[in-house]
Design a protein around this ligand. Structure first.
Ligand SMILES: CC(C)(COP(=O)(O)OP(=O)(O)OC[C@H]1O[C@@H](n2cnc3c(N)ncnc32)[C@H](O)[C@@H]1OP(=O)(O)O)[C@@H](O)C(=O)NCCC(=O)NCCS
Length: 310
C-alpha cells in the first residue's frame, strides 16, 4: 500500500497520497513548495481569512481568533508559524509556553488544503520550537480535531462536555419552575453558604449575567433555606441557546433538578436549546439518559483536552 502510493507520487497521478508525496520529495506538494515560517504582523489579515474558512465554532470570529493572534504574537513571536504555498497563506499555528508547558492556542489549515500533511508539519514545527524553548509537554483543547491530534501522538486526558437539551418537541408540561429569582438581598446568605472561593465564581457569573442577553440568576429553596443556585445567559454567538453559566452544586441530584428547572424557564422564554458545560462524566451520562445530548453545534461543542510529552 505504501509502495503503490509512492509509485503514484512519482507518476504524479491524482490517486497519490499527498502526505506521502510530500514526505518523499522534501517539502513539495503537488509540485508547489510548502514553506513554514514565522508569522509577521503583515500576515494578520491572511491568518484571519484562514481561520474563518477552517472553523465552525467561535474561533472563526475575528474577535476571538484576532485577539488570540495579537496576544500570542506580542508575547511569543517565535512560536507563531504559518504555511505558505505559492505565496498564499494556507495554514497557521499559534503557540505559547509557560515554564515547561507549551500550548497550541489555535491551528487551522484552509479546507482546500486539508489532508495534505500541512497540519502535521505545522504541529511538528511548533513542537520543535517549544522543545528548544525548554518545553517538556504540549497541551491543547480541540472541539473536532481529536483524531488528527491522536495521529500525532497526543492523548485525550479530560473532556469538557457541552450538553444541550433541545426544547421544541420536548415534553415540558409545566409553565412554571421551582426556581425563583435571586435578589440583591439574597446575596449575603448565598455567599455564606458557598464559601469564599465558590462564592467568587458565583458572583463572577452573577454579575456577568447583568450584561448578557437572557441573563438571569435563580435559587432553588428547600426547607432549610437555599438548596442550590443557577445562573444562565444567552450564548454570545447563538441567540437560540440559553447557557447555564454557573450552578451550585455542580453535580448530583440538586444540580439535575436545577438544570431541569432551567429547561422549564427557557421553554417559557422560547429558547430552542439549553446548554451546559461540565467535566463530570457522571453528570453528563445522567443528563444524557434524561434526553440531553452531547453538543456538536457551531459555537457549542464538546472540547477534548489533549496532551503530549516532548
Ligand atoms: C485539523 C486540521 C488542522 C488538520 O490539518 P490537515 O493539514 O488536514 O492535517 P494533515 O493532512 O497534516 O493530517 C495529519 C494526519 O491526521 C489525519 N487527520 C486530519 N484531519 C483529521 C481529522 N479531523 N480526524 C482524524 N484524522 C485526521 C490525516 O488523515 C493524517 O493522517 P495520515 O498521516 O495517517 O494520513 C484541519 O483539518 C483544520 O484546519 N480543521 C479545522 C480547524 C481545527 O479543527 N483546528 C484544530 C483545533 S485547535
Amino acid at each position: 500500500m505504501h509502495h503503490s502510493s509512492q509509485l503514484n507520487c512519482v507518476n504524479m497521478t491524482l490517486k497519490l497520497h499527498p502526505g506521502q508525496y510530500k514526505d518523499m520529495l522534501g517539502c513539495k506538494l503537488m509540485g508547489s513548495e510548502v514553506i513554514i515560517r514565522e508569522i509577521k504582523i503583515e500576515d494578520v489579515a491572511d491568518i484571519i481569512r484562514v481561520a474563518n474558512q477552517a472553523f465552525l465554532e467561535d474561533a472563526r470570529r475575528p474577535s476571538v481568533s484576532g485577539r488570540t493572534l495579537v496576544n500570542c504574537l506580542s508575547r511569543f513571536p517565535k512560536l507563531q508559524l504559518l504555511a505558505e504555498v505559492d505565496g498564499e497563506v494556507v495554514g497557521f499555528i499559534l503557540g505559547s509556553i509557560e515554564n515547561d508547558k507549551g500550548k497550541i492556542a489555535l491551528l487551522a489549515v484552509s479546507p482546500k488544503h486539508w489532508r495534505k500533511g500541512i497540519g502535521r508539519r505545522l504541529v511538528k514545527a511548533l513542537e520543535d520550537r517549544i522543545r528548544k524553548a525548554g518545553g517538556r509537554e504540549v497541551v491543547l483543547g480541540t472541539p473536532f480535531a481529536r483524531g488528527f491530534y491522536e495521529k500525532l501522538g497526543y492523548k485525550c486526558h479530560n473532556i469538557e462536555f457541552k450538553l444541550i437539551k433541545e426544547l421544541p418537541y420536548s415534553t415540558i408540561s409545566r409553565m412554571d419552575s421551582d426556581l425563583s429569582p435571586i435578589l440583591f438581598n439574597d446575596l449575603k446568605t448565598i455567599v455564606k453558604k458557598l464559601g469564599h472561593d465558590e462564592a467568587l465564581k458565583f458572583l463572577g457569573a452573577y454579575f456577568s449575567a447583568f450584561e448578557a442577553k437572557g441573563g438571569k440568576a435563580y435559587k432553588l429553596m428547600g426547607d432549610n433555606g437555599v438548596r442550590g443556585v443557577i445562573v444562565v445567559a444567552e450564548n454570545k454567538w447563538n441567540s437560540e441557546l440559553l447557557e447555564i453559566t454557573y450552578a451550585y452544586p455542580s453535580e448530583g441530584e440538586v444540580m439535575i433538578r436545577l438544570a431541569e428547572n432551567v429547561v422549564v424557564e427557557a421553554s417559557k422564554m422560547g429558547y430552542r436549546w439549553v446548554g451546559l458545560r461540565t467535566y463530570s462524566k457522571e453528570l453528563a451520562d445522567t443528563l444524557i439518559r434524561r434526553g440531553w445530548k452531547e453538543a456538536h453545534m457551531a459555537e457549542f461543542w464538546t472540547m477534548y483536552l489533549m496532551k503530549k510529552e516532548l
